[in-house]
Design a protein around this ligand. Structure first.
Ligand SMILES: Cc1cc2nc3c(=O)[nH]c(=O)nc-3n(C[C@H](O)[C@H](O)[C@H](O)COP(=O)(O)OP(=O)(O)OC[C@H]3O[C@@H](n4cnc5c(N)ncnc54)[C@H](O)[C@@H]3O)c2cc1C
Length: 403
């Protein structure tokens, strides 16, 4: 039996290794790029946050988030770490349960997978861009411009549209739609958000720990605590990725409110600012030693006090206002950056059309899908790769007849 797998990314490689555990099957992994796992290599800022120890507790989204439960329950973070350990990878868990390779190099994750793919019953075909797929009486015919592959079962592991420069493509959605599957609306998630505020450019490159909350027309949309990074166009960083899902996806006013000193109360801060009235500092230095210098100046400017005024001339109300601005700094938001900047695609192929215990299509027997191409996306912090490993492995085991 021949198992064809379209896509040599995280989920496709997991599927190939699982299917090939049955020595009686031949696995053919088709990857359009010149090497497998190109996106994987760029994950986690080149460190690859390969799973999250809390992934079995939830953290997945889509029209039917419970679709992910079976795969993650069966092959969750614990099983994934054992699997990688067997493949030769040492790992380490950091804050929030984020797991990285001990080497701190995403390459290590890719390397152990590449070595494992070197099995007699796995063939990896690089530069094979699947353009057409057809159902045949005995299975499937898969075609690139130059080559054709006949297989008995087919796994679509083409990933999502996000990260286009690293291989994100519409291909998987198109191939599956060709078999009658439907696709939900695709949106970028785990993505930077753009701001219309003209002061944002002055903060480019500044990082801060904060509590960030996004409001839509005054209603809380999402919130989290962590590091924010200011960019030329808006806001980025782990905390923004965490709260970016579906932000700016509807008309009306979108704002991000930042508490720039989440561990210090407004009272304590106000007392400190009042104390600074005894110094000869100008207002431009009022928040020196408290916030990043540039951020401090932008906050006092936003309150509308000239930086040249001596702090000793400020009255209680003005200092109280600066203190409030530090605790509730508001930035208007306009839209998310595009799919090329996003880490993950929200939306995808409708999961109701697949069996969550096998990843097999309910429309076309013998056809499977796994990974980001399906309408499942996870929180920031290793949840998306966990979904790729779990769903890929499940699809591979079933297609390969190992379950
Ligand atoms: C910059 C960045 C950083 C990230 N960091 C993290 C992180 O640290 N932790 C985490 O959990 N998640 C992270 N993610 C998300 C994670 O990488 C993806 O969710 C995951 O790779 C999805 O796996 P996949 O197998 O579904 O798709 P992919 O890994 O994208 O693989 C799909 C593969 O299919 C190939 N392909 C597509 N169409 C065809 C075709 N027609 N023919 C042949 N081949 C085809 C593509 O070239 C690609 O290699 C990050 C994403 C990005 C973009």
């Amino acid at each position: 039996m021949v198992i064809g797998i379209i896509g040599g990314g995280a989920s496709g490689m997991a599927a190939a290794l699982a299917a090939a555990e049955n020595n009686a099957v031949q696995v053919v992994l088709l990857e359009r790029q010149a090497r497998v796992g190109r996106k994987l290599q760029a994950t986690g800022n080149g460190r690859c946050n390969l799973t999250n120890l809390h992934a079995a507790e939830g953290g997945y989204h889509g029209e039917e988030p419970s679709f992910a439960d079976y795969a993650i329950g069966r092959f969750g973070p614990g099983e994934t770490l054992n699997w990688f350990r067997d493949l030769g990878l040492f790992t380490v868990a950091e804050d929030g349960g984020r797991v990285y390779p001990y080497s701190d190099q995403a390459n290590s994750v890719l390397d152990v997978l590449r070595f494992a793919l070197e099995k007699p019953n796995i063939t990896v075909k690089l530069g094979f861009e699947v353009e057409k797929v057809k159902k045949t009486p005995s299975g499937f015919r898969v075609e690139s411009k130059e080559e054709t592959l006949e297989c008995d079962r087919l796994i679509v592991a083409c990933g999502g549209l996000a990260g286009t420069k690293l291989g994100g493509t519409m291909s998987g959605y198109k191939l599956l739609r060709g078999f009658g599957h439907k696709c939900t609306r695709l949106r970028p998630t785990l993505v930077q958000l753009k701001s219309g505020w003209n002061g944002i450019g002055a903060l480019k490159g500044v990082r801060a720990n904060c509590h960030a909350a996004i409001f839509h027309n005054g209603h809380l949309h999402s919130e989290s605590t962590g590091e924010i990074q200011f960019t030329e166009y808006g806001i980025s960083g782990p905390v923004v990725f965490e709260i970016s899902r579906d932000a700016c996806q509807g008309n009306g006013e979108w704002i991000c409110r930042l508490d720039l000193l989440p561990d210090i109360s407004q009272d304590i801060l106000t007392r400190e600012l009042l104390r600074r009235r005894t110094t000869s500092l100008p207002v431009s230095e009022l928040l020196t030693g408290i916030l990043h210098n540039r951020l401090g100046r932008v906050v006092t400017q936003a309150v509308g006090i000239s930086g040249y005024v001596p702090v000793k001339q400020l009255d209680d109300n003005e200092l109280e206002e600066v203190s409030r601005a530090v605790k509730q700094f508001e930035i208007s938001l306009t839209e998310p950056m595009g799919m090329d900047s996003a880490q993950v695609t929200a939306g995808g192929i409708v999961t109701k059309e697949f069996n969550e215990t096998t990843m097999e299509s309910r429309i076309v027997p013998g056809l499977y899908a796994c990974g980001e191409v399906l309408d499942i996306d996870g929180d920031c912090g290793g949840y998306n790769l966990q979904w790729a490993w779990s769903s890929g492995r499940l699809a591979g085991l079933h297609a390969g007849g190992n379950l």
